[in-house]
Design a protein around this ligand. Structure first.
Ligand code: A2P
Length: 259
């Protein structure tokens, strides 16, 4: 069977989150922020596939994915047990709207995520194009518990040790604003509330949202995406697409309940 890739590394971040790397198929060309279908052979011989954002940037030799573990989930209940050397199915065709091509040029980029919605931003953040296009980047990530922020924090911390990116972030302002909603942490509250109340702007000492300069990528649960879209539209930003770049783009974090 074609489309098989070998697992090279697995890291468990909490009892319900893990990330893993696999070999990159020679045929796969992708833009940072896109997703592919991956999975395992199903009981009936048919592949059991789900959409996963590629968390690695487009230049990477290996692919990375960040996943929830759903106890009774058809795929993730099995996928969470993969080990280096195992094989997974990966269809080498990528698509998605969380890409630079779908945004008009701007000065400040917002990456707004809940939960595993951070995955495409792990790709965007490790792509030099992000720093070529924007002077300032604001990463906002909200999760229920502190341990669910660890993967995102590790990706952001790793930027300073990523070749080329390390040089570029020195000249840019990169803000990482991570919050929890159901466990005490230094910053508590939903992204939407932190923006609406102005607290986040005061905490970071940054300018208000301006549709002339601000661009945003949004990736979280359906309810989150709906609320953030409304908030951005109130600030004068319009939704873009590959065919019509505008001020913000949005995509649902794919791997959720039941996955
Ligand atoms: P909350 O705990 O207040 O619901 P979930 O696990 O349900 O997908 O949620 C992940 C994180 O996203 C939680 O911190 C949750 O906050 C937050 N969240 C869920 N829905 C929204 C929304 N509509 N707007 C802002 N944050 C949200």
């Amino acid at each position: 069977m074609t489309d098989l890739q070998t697992v090279t590394a697995v890291r468990h971040w909490s009892e319900n989150l893990f990330s893993f790397r696999v070999t990159r198929p020679a045929a796969l060309r992708f833009r940072s922020g896109e997703f592919v279908m991956i999975g395992l052979p199903g009981d009936n011989g048919k592949p059991l596939l789900r959409a996963y954002s590629i968390a690695a940037p487009s230049w990477a030799d290996e692919l990375e994915f960040y996943s929830i573990k759903v106890e009774n989930g058809a795929l993730t209940s099995r996928l969470q047990h993969i080990q280096p050397g195992d094989e997974i199915i990966l269809r080498p065709k990528s698509v998605g709207t969380l890409v630079h091509d779908a945004l008009l040029p701007g000065k400040r980029l917002w990456l707004l995520a809940t939960g595993t919605g951070f995955a495409p931003f792990a790709s965007i953040l490790r792509d030099t194009e992000t720093y070529e296009r924007f002077e300032e980047i604001v990463i906002m990530h909200t999760c229920r518990r502190r341990c669910e922020l660890d993967y995102g924090a590790a990706v952001v911390a790793g930027l300073a040790a990523t070749p080329l990116i390390d040089e570029m972030i020195g000249e840019r302002r990169v803000h990482h604003y991570a919050t929890t909603t159901r466990e005490d942490s230094p910053r508590m509250g939903r992204i939407t509330d932190m923006i609406s109340s102005g607290k986040m702007f005061a905490d970071l000492g940054i300018a208000p949202i301006d549709p002339a300069n601000d661009r945003a990528m949004v990736c979280g649960s359906l309810a989150f995406n709906v609320d953030v879209k409304a908030l951005l539209e109130r600030h004068g930003l319009r939704e873009g697409a590959n065919s019509e770049p505008r001020e913000y783009v949005v995509e649902k974090a794919f791997v959720g309940e039941g996955a």
